[in-house]
Design a binder for this molecule. Structure first.
Ligand SMILES: O=c1ccn([C@H]2C[C@H](O)[C@@H](CO)O2)c(=O)[nH]1
Ligand SMILES: [Zn+2]
Length: 152
């Protein structure tokens, strides 16, 4: 029998503490503010340097302004030292795996460590599998430079 090991920003696929991530996501889910949808979501991720960051969804009376759980996770990442994400897990109100929405896949892509893994409804997947051919910082020729008004 052969074993496939995938190298990720946090080590190998086998090194990821998936149960711990799911627990952190479930704890975060319990903090969700969801008076409108009544659909709590919790997200947790392992950073390359071994921290666990998490987030919950925070809704708004102006429904479209709702923050997904992944949004508050990214904010927590930045506010606790920054860095990149090696592994990610997201759960619904019953603690079952949930796919991040399209917008959140893009948010997570920005902060992915090489080989970042996601626990999904159909098993462990790579960032590239859930968001193929992603737009990202690599597409910005001179990220952070002011637009001069002249075409490239
Ligand atoms: O990736 C997702 C998808 C949905 N939600 C939240 C937003 C809203 O509060 C609720 C129902 O869409 O689920 C998330 O937090 N993350
Ligand atoms: Zn989302």
């Amino acid at each position: 029998m052969t074993t496939t090991t995938t190298t990720t920003g946090g080590g190998t696929r086998e090194d990821i503490p998936w149960a711990e991530l799911r627990k952190a996501a479930t704890e975060a889910m319990r903090k969700a503010y969801v008076p409108y949808s009544r659909f709590p979501v919790g997200a947790a991720a392992l950073t390359e340097d071994g921290r666990i960051v998490s987030g919950c969804n925070v809704e708004n009376a102006s429904y479209g302004l709702t923050l997904c759980a992944e949004c508050s996770l990214v904010s927590a990442l930045q506010m606790t030292g920054g860095g990149k994400l090696a592994a990610f897990s997201c759960v619904d109100g019953e603690g079952n795996a949930l796919m991040p929405c399209g917008r959140c896949r893009q948010l997570l892509y920005e902060f992915r460590a090489p080989g970042m893994l996601l626990m999904t409804v159909s098993g462990i997947k790579t960032m590239d599998e859930v968001l193929p051919d992603a737009f990202g910082p690599q597409n910005l020729t001179e990220a952070g430079t002011a637009w001069t008004g002249s075409a490239p």
